[in-house]
Design a protein around this ligand. Structure first.
Ligand SMILES: [Zn+2]
Length: 319
């Protein structure tokens, strides 16, 4: 499955479940001075989550161009760090559905449309999130020994909407990591996280002491975390990450998504040509940054060439 097919399959899955597919917003934020570049799929939709404006539909899906520089020193050194990426996501800014729908929708996509074998999938949840645990167990058939509780499964900005999240991980095989039989996600290189389902269900109004289960429980008890009237959904799946898994590659740079950057007729090749012939780490950096350059020049939101939904955005079925 090519990267373009994966992108299309994701968006069509959610379009067929009454989601309005929006084009990617430009990489440079419009009317949002908080960051130099869009860094998350949800960022252009923030006004909808904050109630500042009404979303065009209650259920949304996008493939958003993003650029993050937080890990820039890691680019090229690891199999998975890169600055420019495309983030696939489905969203319910006004709470059209919550975990009970988001989890089965995600599971249906990975197991039925991406045909990922269930025995190689793992799930992590926040220690406090018994609700997500029960949905994974009852609605997807995930077994308890494949669900790990991690304190890191928490998303928030220190104030405003926040909550637990649940990640889906791919098992690269016992031979890849520590080799221990009881290895779990986030222990070593064996498991790769590829989709984060974020469940904003609290309004953070005061400080909390970390994101452990106890800290969150204390936050709820003290009023620092107030349950939201309309808990929402915000998910993110890196296209490059899922592509390297589905294409059976060992790193994101070997996926077909990076091929245009090093193809014989593409302009950025000239710009980075010398570096491409250098050490592997530098070659990977060049591919990553070249891809960012080649995809950041459009002045308006776009879909990658050849994959713009017919007639623009795909209309939701239930408008
Ligand atoms: Zn391990």
């Amino acid at each position: 499955m090519t990267g373009n097919e994966i992108r299309t399959r994701f968006l069509e899955h959610f379009a067929s479940r009454e989601h309005l597919v929006l084009p990617s917003a430009p990489l440079v934020p419009q009317g949002d001075p908080s960051t130099l570049f869009i860094s998350a799929g949800m960022q252009p939709l923030k006004p909808y989550y904050l109630g500042l404006s009404q979303p065009p539909a209650p259920r949304l899906a996008t493939c958003q161009k993003c650029l993050r520089t937080g890990d820039i020193d890691e680019v090229g050194k690891t199999d998975r760090h890169h600055t420019f990426f495309e983030m696939l996501g489905n969203f319910t800014p006004t709470g059209a559905y919550f975990k009970e729908t988001a989890i089965p929708l995600a599971w249906e996509l990975v197991t039925q449309r991406f045909h990922m074998p269930v025995e190689r999938l793992r799930v992590t949840i926040h220690p406090t999130d018994d609700q997500a645990h029960d949905i994974w167990m009852q609605q997807t058939g995930m077994t308890a020994d494949h669900i790990t509780r991690l304190e890191d499964n928490w998303w928030g900005l220190g104030e405003g909407p926040c909550g637990p999240d649940s990640e889906i991980w791919w098992d690269r095989g016992r031979e890849v990591g520590c080799g221990q039989e009881d290895c779990v996600p986030d222990h070593c290189d064996r498991f790769t996280e590829f989709w984060n389902l974020v469940f904003p269900q609290y309004d953070q109004r005061g400080p909390i002491e970390g994101t452990s289960g106890d800290a969150v429980k204390r936050g709820v008890a003290s009023g620092a975390l107030v349950p939201l009237e309309h808990p929402a959904i915000d998910t993110g799946m890196g296209l490059e990450r899922i592509s390297y898994i589905l294409q059976g590659k060992t790193n994101v740079f070997d996926t077909d998504l990076f091929e245009p950057i090093i193809g014989p007729s593409h302009a950025p090749r000239r710009a980075v040509g010398d570096a491409l012939r250098c050490r592997p780490a530098r070659r990977r950096c060049s591919r990553c940054h070249g891809r960012a350059i080649s995809r950041s020049d459009s002045q308006e939101g776009d879909h990658p060439r050849g994959h713009r939904p017919r007639g623009g955005a795909i209309p939701a079925h239930a408008q």
